[in-house]
Design a protein around this ligand. Structure first.
Ligand code: URA
Length: 468
């Protein structure tokens, strides 16, 4: 067994030099024991071999790609105790089979990629979530931060902080070691404890005020927030003390914002608000459907319309035009409205899902039904549209629209012809989607179903006349 002593947990240069010497002698991975601390030992017992650092022009038999070197230099920062051995085993295989680096199905390669990804994430979290506290230092001041990384990333992350805060004197203390910058040079120190870093100070007040000011309750997505800013980092971030309180008050503040918007008399303000909503929806990323779609198709119509009509999702033509119901289903809808004697210009027409979901078939894009998760993700927009337009009546065309409005799975046959009440008491009439009529194979059935569809719309509009 060969024992390699590395100087530190993140001693990539030490690992690289030893791995090179061992690999040149084709020593199998299971015969090498990697240890941290102390002097680097001689790897070959009685027959010492000098460990040369890998040069940019290594021996041909040891030529490995730059990608491998970069990957290994990050993966080695992981706290998995097997990482040195795993990387050495992979290095040996690369010598005979360099393609392994591109083989994502390879078990060893996948493990190394996982380590790499974890390190990237940990480094990003440190950059994003570190919070400095100001402490006096002589006639000057120093900014000190406490952080608990999961892996051995502190030294590797130092250049980022030097670049970002080059003119400040700062220290980052962690249980895995400390780094100190004095505006000229970087120094390393031992592991620290939480108590070594200062507590509350005026900088925290600034962070808290800033965070409270930028917090938009209408955009609160608790799960996404916790995913991006896991709770374990909260304790070192002053502004997170505000989060539970802000979450609790978010819905109230959101409704307050909407009320405030409405309280201003005149149509112009409502229009401005819904236009802002439309602009915001243009960059919606609440679900993955935005990716393949051409654009967000938002609702349109008078911003104080008495009736809101909700469809399923834009189709191929709507996706290209950026407008709801301008394709074949829109033609059926327009014909039905004409039969009822309603001018579409008086309606606010929107969709449950704002992006076109499709499956590519050659040059064609075939409509694909949005799933419950996509409908629920998009529900936020329909709720906002409804809160701003405040229609007296809502018409849901199809089961997807009914789900978006009620949050439940609705069987159209069971509720057709009567109004159901939405959460805020607004009556909602549910009918079929016009594209259902387009799919009926028999002309006779299609004509009969069209008449039923017209009758549903007629009943809905008549109910409005009865209350106004
Ligand atoms: N179908 C819908 O539900 N909405 C559209 O905008 C077009 C087709």
């Amino acid at each position: 067994m060969r024992v390699v002593q590395l100087e530190a947990e993140d001693d990539f240069d030490g690992w690289r030099a030893a791995a090179r010497a061992l690999a040149a002698a084709r020593i199998p991975a299971q015969e090498v024991l990697w240890q941290i601390g102390g002097q680097r030992a001689d790897l070959f017992g009685d027959a010492p071999i000098t460990i040369e650092p890998m040069t940019s022009d290594p021996a041909p038999s040891l030529r490995v790609s730059r990608d491998f070197v970069h990957l290994a230099s990050r993966a080695i920062l992981h706290s998995d105790p097997e990482r040195f051995s795993l990387l050495y085993a992979l290095l040996l295989r690369c010598l005979d089979y360099p393609q392994v680096l591109r083989d994502r199905a390879d078990r060893q390669m996948r493990r190394v990629l996982d380590l790499d990804q974890t390190i990237r994430r940990d480094m990003h979290k440190m950059r994003a979530f570190i919070r400095f506290r100001e402490v006096p230092e002589g006639n000057d001041r120093r900014f000190v931060a406490w952080f608990e990384p999961e892996h051995h990333i502190v030294r590797a992350n130092a250049p980022f902080f030097v670049g970002r805060f080059a003119n400040m004197r700062w220290s980052i203390l962690t249980p895995r070691g400390s780094i100190h910058w004095d505006t000229v040079s970087l120094a390393e120190g031992p592991a620290a404890q939480r108590g070594d870093a200062p507590g509350d100070d005026p900088v925290e007040g600034i962070w808290k005020a800033y965070y409270a000011a930028i917090f938009n309750p209408a955009r609160l997505m608790t799960n996404a927030m916790i995913k991006e800013m896991p709770k374990k980092y909260w304790k070192n971030m002053p502004e997170t003390a505000l989060i539970p309180e802000m979450i609790a008050g978010a819905r109230k503040r959101e409704l307050g914002m909407i009320d405030q918007a409405r309280a201003v008399p005149g149509k112009a303000h409502g229009s401005a608000t819904i236009s802002l909503l439309r602009d915001e929806a243009a960059s919606c990323r609440r679900c993955p459907l935005w990716g393949p779609a051409t654009q967000t198709v938002f609702g349109e119509g008078p911003h104080d319309a008495q009736v809101m009509v909700v469809g399923e999702q834009p189709g191929d033509q709507e996706d290209q035009a950026g407008r709801a119901f301008v394709g074949p289903a829109g033609e059926v809808f327009d014909r039905a409205l004409a039969a009822v004697g309603i001018d579409r210009a008086h309606l606010y027409v929107t969709n449950a899902v704002k992006h076109f979901k499709f499956e590519p078939r050659g040059k064609r894009r075939l409509h694909a039904r949005p799933n419950a998760g996509e409908v629920d993700a998009c529900r936020w927009w329909v709720d906002q549209e409804r809160a701003l337009v405040r229609p007296k009546l809502v018409i849901a065309m199809g089961a997807t629209a009914a789900r978006a409005l009620t949050g439940r799975t609705i069987t159209i046959g069971q509720v057709r012809g009567t109004a159901i009440e939405l959460g805020d008491g607004t009556p909602c009439w549910v009918t079929v989607h016009p594209s259902y009529l387009l799919r009926l194979p028999s002309h006779t059935d299609a004509a009969a179903e069209f008449d039923r569809y017209v009758a549903d719309l007629q009943a809905a509009f008549a109910s409005l006349e009865a209350v106004t």
